[in-house]
Design a protein. Sequence first.
Length: 546
Amino acid sequence: MVIELPFSRLDIAFADFLTQRSALAIPQQLEFKNIVARLSYQQSQGHTCLNLLSDEQILIHQSGLAHCVTFSDGLASASNLPLVLQNQTLYTQRYWFYETRLAQQLRQLLHTDTPVADFNFALNHYFSTTTEIDWQKEAARMALTHALAIITGGPGTGKTTTVVKILALLLETNPLDKPLHIALAAPTGKAAMRLQESISASKASLNCSETIKQKIPETVSTIHRLLGAKLFSPTFRHNSKQPLPYDVVVIDEASMVDLALMSKLLDALKTEARLILLGDKNQLASVESGSVLADLTQALPQHTVELQKSHRFQGAIKLLAEAVNQQHATQAWQLLNQGDAQIGLLERDLIAYIAKQQRAYLTLIQQRADFKTVLAAFSAFQVLCSNREGENGVSDINKRVEKYLNLTGFWYQGRPVMITQNHAPTQLYNGDIGLCLSDTTQKNQPLMVFFLRPDGSIKKILPSRLPHCETVFAMTIHKSQGSEFDEVLIVLPPIINPVLTKELIYTAITRAKKTVKVVAEQVIFNQALARKVKRLGGLADKLLFS
């Protein structure tokens, strides 16, 4: 049987492999092969499982699949067979394990609440005492009474400000003879740097003693670095047998954390540790399988507070983001056409406009400016594409910009690159952005790729030693999560495709601090806003009905 697109070669190869292990009759083999290919495809699209039709469930129960499928009620441990059927839902064993394990870990965390005693006086010191609901204060109250706290909210609603006050409260109410160890982390290096900057700024205006301020950490790591990534291994140094030493773990941009990574993070928490998750539930879910933050906010409302007042994100960008999030396509398109200085449709030549925006950082390189200055100039503007390939995709725009700017050769002065895979030996991780520059500290001034680390230090490495990377004049909207730019240029393709959703457009808009430009046909824009992401998974149900 030839399985038709959209299945990939990997989907088909996986289906072939399991079908060959079965003892099914030929007609049943063909049906089983199609089911497995669909499951594999679903996982590549971010789902963790596949809902089966009644006749497909009957097929899966056939004795000829004894070496392929095991059955679970959601509580018992599955065997090491490659597939797991739970009720009407089919999983690969790997994702069934992560989902079931994460649900168990969360239940344990929910049952180990360690409320802080007598915190109301201190709470009123940091937050208002007006009759109007202060959602930041409610988030702090929830974090002080539960081991798991989920704080969501759009840009500028004060998630970082709130968590800094929570950390101050925890430190103030902590026994003097028992140090409180705190870890701050984010999914990517860029998100870690943003959190670090926000923590530092929030601490400066915090109304507390210098002693408490000094105890609030500013160093933020990636989650992979926090857990201790291992070379050529999906496991980490810290796990249930060797837990993290921290009493409080704060994770920013939690919407980006996939099912597998969240399970491994929970596995590494020590007993009675607090976990605080920050994120925007309206953003895109993680690139890998799962929609953990959305599932948790749905299943655990008593542990979730949504901050609703934006203190920084104002004006036309906020109005556009809200219209997109609420799927008001007509209103959003009107906002783009009203001639506001903050937002609008790009009416100039696309590549010429991008090239003009990038000349500033290239000029700084010619003037021998220092790396941090050059990187800041480059990072002020970013092209965000919905797709990697095709017309107006990342690859297409990167090649056209390089040609327009006459940037020749594979490695050239000023080439911006993004790491696309985690690489423990170099301590470079998926999403890290660097610039190729001459190393003026060496006599022959070789080309090196420079990266700014979350702690503010600079890492430089020979291009030949880099893990897989790609040019990043343009990046996908998925890759932009956790980043922030003065101006974003959102580029949509000329035809509709599966990745175009209202969450994608909302995420792109909320990356901008000052200006949003859009390249899109109205019909494509409207169709994108009419579609919502709905990932299939069982985590919320496992928590709701446990």
